[in-house]
Write a new protein. Structure first.
Length: 450
């Protein structure tokens, strides 16, 4: 374990991308290949059984493989060499058929696809949990008033449920993306030296079909050695997801500022403290997620720039993926897990939200008054009239409603009762409830489809 692993990552994801599990994923490919070739009659079934029995990661020394990989240029070569040695101890005949007709990239790409499949399943569980938590918050706070903010300044009233519904809507799109990209991109890689499976003497497609079935992976129409859009789409989708998680965390941390204090991360022994200031309650989960949102886009750019690969085997571009992609998955999975863990215990202060609505002494209702007057005297004259009243309210530190009561330009257009109604939060929430209802309906649709 590294010092920051528990802070930025998630153990279940990191375990999938550990060195040992990576080795095992390549060996899973080799075992499945042997079974598929035996099924297709390419190699003897007895030899395949011996190869499969040797495909156990605990028989491989990670340090030795690392040294050999530095010399050979990839880790598949020393793995296949060691596997051949292990099989040869049982049968020299069977050793001849290790990695039969495949190339290093077949094993490495398919191994990564197997890892990605497992990691995306774990992440989808956290996305489902995040969806459920957000849906609960939306429903509970669909009528909780709060100041909407633009350019980090109070704008007009909204509801906290509406704000969270925006978060939830984005998360639902990511769940859809994950489902789509799994079906489209987690495909078998098996092409041999240059993708033609020439070494299998015309039986390559039969072996490939059996191999895909064995590994429960889609069989692509053609091997994709230097066509990296499948892998890069997954990386990019993770970048998009982390961006949304970062947006949510940015919002929460802004609402958690001392002067605003509408939200707070859960308190706990040793959580969010300061080494010098005993009173601090820092938004530590937000910091973790925001750090990932800073780091992942740069890593995604590496994946995108690595797509331009040479002819039938990439020189440098493919190799650039090897550490970059696991880092993207690890950081994304960590950010998602930590946010999903924290949100159920998010502290929400509805009374503080209500109090903050009056922080500007009624200026938050300026648009409501402008639109009401605009119906009577026109939008621009109304805007100028209310803008002048706002300036006066600020200069005299008075409530906007009191200033407007004295405004001659309103007389004959708005009654005192009209004016009072315009400063009632419930009368200027627009279609917030309708939008909340739509998003919650999408959650129900997603759950039914799942």
């Amino acid at each position: 374990m590294r010092l920051f692993d528990k802070l930025f990552r998630y153990e279940a994801i990191d375990r999938i991308f550990s060195d040992r599990e990576y080795i095992q994923s390549l060996l899973d490919f080799e075992a499945a290949l042997a079974r598929a070739e035996a099924k297709a009659g390419v190699i003897p079934a007895a030899d395949a059984h011996i190869i499969v029995a040797a495909c156990r990661a605990e028989q491989f020394n990670v340090e030795e493989l690392a040294v050999q990989a530095a010399l050979s240029g990839n880790v598949a070569i020393p793995i296949v060499k060691k596997l051949t040695e292990l099989v040869a101890k049982q049968s020299q005949d069977a050793a001849r058929f290790v990695h039969w007709g495949a190339t290093s990239q077949d094993a490495m790409d398919t191994g990564v696809v197997l890892q990605l499949r497992s990691a995306l399943e774990v992440m989808d569980q956290d996305l489902a949990r995040l969806t459920s938590t957000l849906a609960t918050l939306v429903d509970k706070h669909r009528a909780t008033p709060i100041a909407a903010r633009t350019w980090m300044q109070q704008a007009i009233p909204t509801t906290f449920g509406f704000i969270v519904a925006g978060w939830l809507d984005a998360v639902l799109r990511h769940r859809s993306r994950f489902a789509e990209l799994r079906a489209r991109n987690l495909a078998l890689q098996f092409g041999g030296a240059v993708g033609t499976l020439a070494a299998l003497s015309g039986r390559g497609p039969i072996v490939a079909k059996a191999l895909a079935e064995d590994l429960r992976l889609p069989l692509p129409p053609i091997p994709w050695h230097t066509h990296r859009d499948r892998i890069v789409e997954i990386a990019t989708a993770l970048g998009l997801c982390v961006g949304t998680l970062g947006k949510i965390s940015r919002d929460i941390s802004l609402h958690a500022q001392t002067e605003i204090a509408e939200l707070a991360e859960p308190a706990g022994q040793g959580r969010g403290g300061s080494s010098t200031m005993p009173q601090k309650r820092n938004p530590v989960t937000c910091a973790i997620v925001l750090a990932a949102a800073q780091r992942v886009p740069g890593l995604v750019s590496i994946m995108l720039s690595s797509m331009v690969q040479e002819q039938e085997r990439g020189l440098g571009g493919w190799q650039a993926e090897w550490e970059t992609l696991p880092e993207i998955v690890s950081l994304s999975g960590g950010a998602l897990h930590h946010l999903a863990e924290m949100l159920p215990d998010l502290h929400i202060d509805a009374q503080r939200m209500l109090k903050n609505l009056d922080a500007t002494h009624g200026l938050i209702f300026a648009e409501a008054v402008t639109m009401a007057m605009g119906d009577r005297i026109g939008k621009m004259p109304a805007h100028l009239l209310v803008e002048s009243a706002c300036k006066k309210a600020r200069a005299e530190n008075r409530h906007l409603k009191d200033v407007l009561r004295e405004e001659q330009g309103l007389h004959g257009y708005l009654t005192p009762a009209d004016l009072e109604g315009l400063f009632d939060i419930r009368n200027y929430l627009g279609s917030a409830e309708e939008f909340v209802r739509r998003v919650l309906a999408e959650v129900s649709t997603t759950a039914t489809a799942g």
